[in-house]
Design a protein around this ligand. Sequence first.
Ligand code: NAD
Ligand code: TYD
Length: 363
Amino acid sequence: MTLRHFESILVTGGCGFIGANFIRYLFECAGYEGRVVNVDKLTYAGNPENLAGLSEGFGDRYRFVQADICDAAAMAEVFARWKVDAVCHFAAESHVDRSIVGPDAFVRTNVNGTFALLEAARRHRAHLVLFHHVSTDEVFGSLGPAGYFTEATPYDPSSPYSASKAASDHLVRAYGRTYGLPVTVSNCSNNYGPYQFPEKLIPLMILNAVEGKPLPVYGDGGNVRDWLFVTDHCQAIWAVMQTGRIGETYNIGGRSERNNLQVVETLCDLIDRRCGSLDAPRQRLITFVTDRPGHDRRYAIDCTKIERELGWHPAVTFEEGLAQTIDWYLANTAWTRRVRSGAYRQWIDQQYGQASGARGMTP
Ligand code: NAD
Ligand code: TYD
């Protein structure tokens, strides 16, 4: 299988959870020898500390540009100045609950932002080897107790978040078909692991459980997600970027279905073992709260296509990944404290000289 060669990859949203893990993966695990230009607006979810040490370690090969992907002129400049030959597009508003409270930012960044980026890529087409778009399995809507999402499953999004991601997926594919842009798309299940902002289920529950706070489970806790450790996702994206067929979509999943109650119970037991008896058993902190409107019941990915065509398989079991994630949060309390207190916002403002993005809903 011939590997695509890139010299200058534009990663959008590289200061967020998966983007930061992906950039670290490229430099620290994948043996990538070119340049990464990380374009991030630094919303509440973007934290340059997630990439601390990279500028020192990799010098000119790592560049950070604080910019909004909706800013057409800034995107054009990035493509030209850094001679971008590949894009890995993560930047998005990513939290379903926020999209229910305030959908505007989701349409702006996920739809208009992707459009602005695609336009800049189209104008730079002659130099572009690949435009990879990172998306979610939530575009497919909700499954019943049986069945799986395949690449052929019709789109049926339930939340403003998933609807905005669906729109962006369609735009990316349309630019492939209409303008010949060399695009690939991946639709992934729920990720977890280090550097995830503690508004998503797993990090929120870890921190609350450690602190003996209530663990708010929506509805009856029976909603099922297919959990994927973030480095497995990074490997899959890199496999698609290097060898995926142009114009194709690849589903990425962990083959690790769990309902929310199972996730929270497992996490409580692991934390009991690590943190001693003060708040044990932490399962007693589980509190059932009002359900999320439009809450999809079950997501499950059939990832046969990427396994068969590209030889990628999820490598980390849910139990291993969850234990690693808990250990990371326990070892990185300073990171957590700063992210939750907003102190890192002050650090960003000092570093970059301006406030950016929404700050509401701090957990
Ligand atoms: P995140 O919220 O942790 O990070 C998003 C990043 O994008 C942040 O650094 C933020 O500052 C940046 N950003 C937001 N708006 C921007 C804008 N207008 N211009 C430039 N940068 C902007 O998200 P994540 O969990 O890392 O998800 C990354 C991508 O993966 C998203 O596209 C998401 O839809 C997709 N995805 C996530 C999951 C998951 O479980 N987290 C699963 C499947 C797919
Ligand atoms: P989340 O991490 O927000 O991811 P997504 O909505 O994209 O799947 O939520 C994962 C699951 O956990 C989802 O079914 C909603 C549920 N959930 C809770 O029960 N309590 C919570 O506090 C949160 C944040 C999520």
